[in-house]
Design a protein around this ligand. Structure first.
Ligand code: MOS
Length: 741
């Protein structure tokens, strides 16, 4: 199905199943331990062996020699694979750094060996006996030192918003010079780690020249393709299975070393092998969100209308890597005639930077939305009003383009009312509750709506049950449930009559989970397949056309005739398959984005400057909400993650040796829901007929965008201290705290 014109009325609009608050259909499997994750395929029998990955102890240089003799003699060891015996390896499209080092080393903890043994403990013990002699070279590890010489570079992170090295309209410099009120500040965001609960893990089994890998991965087809390319085997020989994934956040968009080394280890040992990356390996071995240095300049008239806005971001990456597209949202979020958005990229030798939840917008809004708060303060305007005044209903860079839907103002207004924003005292440091200084902050949320082609197969069995097959993943988001709801709505069945099977490369290729495109794109693919199935069923039952036939309450109806759906498959299953494809010219004719407003109240301890988030509210406008339960869970998870970005998360860089020092969950702290006593999410009524036949968008990344700045702005309101370097730890607040009376 080609999607190249606005969706008209269709069966999804009935909203009898879609849009209803159904709990996860896969929830029971998870809480009973019957959802098998990639590392849990213990049914492979006693042949199953364990691989342990050895990571490079240097950041840059080469392996002089590897001595595996002691490791090979160690009890239980079955095989050791290094670059010396791995055979020729290719490289996947989505990997910047190679997944197995040697002889060159590209970054710290890049895999140098996998040791396979009968038990995990034996593999780990032997891995400690692998002796590597490195020839160390100097590397470039300090973004701050490299930034002044970083060249302009554009970026397209595959699941983020593409943006050229420089985008201009009007004459920014002149307009900024003439502006009545101005801001020129620099903000920094640190490197961040995805920290998914389930580590990167794979189980690999060869059957002759055919490879099956159970993998914790967001994008089945990308990673299957890249694994085949890396192993130099035909793609048809590789099957990738990922039915359950314990979080990804972008860290599992791509093929990682656990999968490659499980496959290589299994080939060498002639046994099925499972490999999980140990937690301390993940931060440096896999990808991370790159640090940014962002300069923002905003000029307005006395009336608070923006006349000039510039956002420039510098980030670093390995050679061949992309910049963090932190300026993307600034091109679209606020009005203003004279605009500049630019990125610079420093080549560095730290581990690979890549997509992490809302790549681009998440760190970009952490900076932009503090800048907006600062401007409002300079203007003496309320921060909500300042944003409302600068709303635009057209793409400010291309005023002939409208937004397909844009309810930013409604989000801000509804949120302000619900949160009790009018109780906010504009002058900082005025509100006390016992030992706490209390403040409120607001920030806009923005994330582009991306779509990817997505396929599905649907089967109607003689028992009247519809089974959906697609390689779509559920990374904790609720894909199983919304896909079941879509098929149920289309076929006129209750949810209990639909089965969903996901995450297998034997199934049609889906959009996968990333860029908050998964929900809308994958359900649209299921919609397309169900349209085909409805046609096949109508034909089979002798109805003239599927158009005037209704599928409802388990029956197929037209005029006075009603036939049970199951009857169509009485003498054999009916199978239909299709794929939604989004016409690019149509998709881009209007700007498709999602909007929101975050409100945060913090308390800051008067003596210690410890920050506690007291309550949070997010109001989101993001197309049709397919399931308010799973969508809400996405947003409160994202809000919690945003608090981490504001207050805690920072990969500390050792600029001498080139690695992230705090590479475990003891040193790299993330918040949990229990840290925040009250979180509320409101979804505005919205359907977007330009997004897909589902008229839906995504919320999983929108929920993160802007949260950090809303926390920062609340801290400023509480204390009067403006921190522009994330995370906002108490050491950055202490010196500026108000005197205790
Ligand atoms: Mo997301 S960072 O596109 O998984």
């Amino acid at each position: 199905m080609k999607f190249d014109s606005p969706a008209g009325t269709n069966p999804i609009d009935r909203m009898t199943v879609v849009g209803q608050p159904h709990e996860r259909i896969d929830g029971r499997f998870k809480v009973t331990g019957t959802a098998h994750y990639a590392y849990e395929h213990n049914d492979l029998g006693p042949e199953l062996a364990y691989g342990c990955v050895v990571g490079s102890a240097i950041a840059k240089g080469r392996i002089g020699s590897i001595d595996t003799r002691a490791a090979r003699r160690s009890p239980g060891v079955l095989a050791i694979v290094t670059h010396e015996n791995a055979g020729p390896l290719g490289k996947g499209k989505f990997n910047v750094a190679r997944l197995l080092a040697g002889p060159a080393v590209d970054h710290y903890h890049q895999a140098v060996a996998v040791v396979v043994a009968e038990t995990f403990e034996q593999a780990r013990a032997a891995a400690n006996l692998v002796r590597v002699d490195y020839v160390r070279e100097d590397g470039r590890f300090d973004l701050g030192a490299l930034a002044p010489d970083a060249p302009p570079v554009g970026g397209n992170s595959d699941e983020g918003s593409a943006t050229p090295a420089e985008d201009r309209i009007g004459d920014f410099e002149r307009a900024f010079a003439q502006a009545a009120v101005k801001l020129d500040e620099t903000y920094t965001t640190p490197d961040q780690s995805h920290s998914a609960m389930e580590p990167h893990a794979s189980t690999a089994r060869w059957d002759g020249d055919e490879l099956t890998v159970w993998m914790s991965n967001q994008m089945v087809d990308w990673s299957r393709t890249d694994l085949a390319a890396t192993l130099n085997v035909p793609k048809e020989k590789v099957r990738l299975v990922a039915p359950f994934v314990g979080g990804g956040f972008g860290g599992k968009l791509f093929l990682r070393s656990d999968a490659l080394l499980a496959a290589l280890g299994a080939r060498e040992a002639r046994r099925p092998v499972k490999v999980a990356l140990a937690r301390p390996l993940i931060a440096n071995n896999t990808t991370h969100r790159p640090a940014t240095i962002q300069r923002i300049r905003i000029g307005t008239g006395q009336d608070g209308r923006i006349t000039a806005i510039a956002h420039e971001s510098t980030s670093g990456n390995l050679q061949g890597g992309d910049p963090e597209t932190a300026v993307a949202q600034t091109k679209l979020l606020y009005a203003g005639e004279h605009r500049l958005a630019a990125m610079r990229l420093a080549e560095m030798d730290l581990p690979e930077g890549n997509a992490m939840r809302a790549p681009g917008e998440a760190p970009g809004l952490m900076a932009l939305e503090i800048a907006m708060d600062e401007m409002a303060e300079k203007l003496g305007m309320d921060p909500v009003e300042f944003r409302v005044v600068n709303d635009t209903q057209v793409d400010p860079m291309k005023p002939e383009r409208r937004f397909s839907q844009r309810q930013l103002v409604e989000c801000l207004r509804r949120g302000a009312e619900r949160f009790g924003w009018n109780a906010r005292v504009a002058t900082p440091g005025q509100v006390r509750d016992g030992q706490w200084l209390v403040g409120m902050g607001v920030a806009a949320a923005f994330r582009n709506n991306l779509t990817l082609p997505s396929g599905a197969r649907v089967r109607l069995g003689s028992d009247g049950v519809v089974t959906v097959e697609t390689d779509m993943t559920d990374i904790g988001t609720g894909s199983y449930t919304i896909i079941a709801q879509t098929a149920a709505e289309m076929m006129g069945l209750p949810l209990s009559r639909v089965q969903v099977t996901l995450g297998d490369s034997d199934f049609p290729v889906s959009a996968g989970s990333g860029g908050q495109f998964g929900a809308n794109s994958s359900t649209a693919g299921v919609y397309a397949a169900c349209v085909k199935l409805r046609e096949a069923v109508a034909a089979k039952l002798g109805f003239n056309s599927a158009d005037d036939v209704e599928f409802t309450e388990g029956a197929v109806r037209s005029g006075n005739r009603s036939v049970p759906l199951a009857e169509a498959a009485a003498d054999g299953e009916i199978v239909a398959e299709d794929r939604i494809e989004f016409d690019q010219a149509f998709s881009e004719a209007e700007q498709q984005s999602t909007f929101g407003a975050h409100f945060v109240e913090v308390g800051v301890d008067m003596a210690t400057a410890e920050v506690r988030v007291r309550r949070m509210l997010s109001v989101c406008a993001a197309g049709r909400i397919l399931n308010p339960v799973t969508a809400r869970s996405q947003v409160i998870g994202a809000m919690t993650m945003g608090v981490g970005g504001a207050l805690m998360e920072e990969l500390a860089v050792d600029t001498r040796h080139g690695f992230f020092v705090n590479h475990d969950l003891a040193g790299y702290e993330v918040p949990v829901h229990a840290d925040i006593p009250h979180q509320e999410v409101v979804f505005l009524d919205e359907t977007d007929p330009r997004s897909s036949p589902m008229k839906a968008k995504g919320v999983g990344e929108l929920g993160l965008c802007g949260v950090g700045a809303a926390v920062a702005n609340a801290i400023h309101n509480a204390t009067g201290v403006r921190v522009r370097q994330y995370p906002i730890t108490l050491d950055k607040l202490l010196d500026g705290m108000p005197e205790m009376a």
